[in-house]
Design a protein around this ligand. Structure first.
Ligand SMILES: Nc1ncnc2c1ncn2[C@@H]1O[C@H](COP(=O)(O)OP(=O)(O)O)[C@@H](O)[C@H]1O
Ligand SMILES: [Mg+2]
Length: 303
């Protein structure tokens, strides 16, 4: 109402002297002028008020947006924290199961196999069907032992903990090449450097999952695994000449349909400060590339 009141005040200051001094009577033109000024004042006032209300609304909306953004950021941080905890717990569980399989189950199977062996040598006069039966059982136990060892290595290769990333990949590549009947070429360029165990584990899991994806989905004849140790970064590339696919804009969207491999790889990469890119075109193969900058906080060091 400020401007409206001002307009009224102006109008009054124009009328009052006329009324008091009675120098000249108020004409119709004067009244129209006064009403005009008052109307303009009211209109300006109305416009200003709506402008201020608008401004207040905009400020409130901006504050609400800011607080929603803060909440979203907090939720994302929480989610990342939980994800990290889940990944750590999963890795710990895998390590424990792998160790138990290796230390207990495998040792028990070895003992059973030896007992069958021993029994057969102590009883040379067994009937042929009995001998065939025991021999079959012996082979069965040995096959189970191989599967248990394989499963245990798959869960957590001891070579990764004992010798590090490169020996672990050098073990993994021929193992998966044989399993999936793939031709995999491994190239390691530059001066090899070591990373803290959690980073080596993530890089290993990415190579493992990428190669499994090639074996499961790509129908490829050739795969290239390259690790380039550059002065400022390490680049890991897994490239195949298979059928390719249309990766979604956000890899995380795959998780909705229960496909957790690529999402897990991307999340793990983020956890160690690496960036993962998936490049795939139907009919032209797939390339997974992970870039890990040389860290200033947790020093990487040469072998
Ligand atoms: N190297 C590849 N070649 C062709 N398709 C692939 C490749 N890697 C991944 N894909 C496609 O991406 C999908 C998601 O992969 P992933 O998240 O690992 O889930 P999953 O392996 O359980 O299906 C796969 O189902 C497949 O269609
Ligand atoms: Mg997969």
């Amino acid at each position: 109402m400020r401007i409206g009141l001002l307009a009224l005040l102006i109008a009054v200051t124009m009328i009052v002297p006329n009324l008091i001094l009675l120098e000249s009577p108020i004409t119709g033109d004067d009244i129209i002028e006064i009403i005009g000024i008052v109307i303009i004042g009211l209109v300006v006032n109305l416009w200003l008020e709506s402008y201020e209300t608008d401004k207040r609304h905009r400020q409130m909306a901006y504050l609400r947006l800011e607080s929603a953004q803060r909440e979203l950021q907090r939720m994302q941080q929480n989610l990342r924290f939980y994800l990290k905890q889940i990944t750590l717990a999963q890795e710990e569980e895998r390590r424990r199961i792998a160790q138990e399989l290796h230390d207990d189950t495998a040792q028990d199977l070895i003992a059973i196999s030896r007992k069958i062996d021993g029994f057969m040598s102590l009883h040379p006069a067994l009937t042929s069907p009995d001998e065939a039966y025991l021999e079959d059982m012996h082979q069965h136990v040995n096959r189970t032992l191989s599967s248990v060892r394989r499963f245990s290595q798959d869960l957590r290769p001891s070579v990764l903990d004992d010798l590090g990333l490169i020996p672990a990949i050098e073990w993994l590549v021929p193992d998966l090449a044989q399993y999936f009947k793939l031709n995999i070429e491994l190239a390691i360029n530059g001066t090899i450097r070591r990373f803290p165990p959690e980073k080596e584990l993530v890089l290993f899991r990415i190579v493992q999952e990428s190669l499994r994806n090639v074996g499961k989905h790509a129908a490829a004849s050739h795969v290239w695994v390259m690790i380039d140790f550059l002065p400022q970064r390490t680049v890991l590339t897994i490239k195949d000449n298979g059928k390719g696919f249309h990766p979604p804009d956000r890899i995380g969207d795959l998780a909705v349909s229960g496909k957790l491999g690529l999402t897990g790889m991307q999340e793990r990469a983020q956890l160690i400060g690496a960036k993962m890119n998936i490049d795939s075109i139907p009919g032209q193969g797939t390339t997974v590339m992970v870039t890990l900058p040389v860290s200033s906080t947790s020093p990487d060091h040469p072998y």
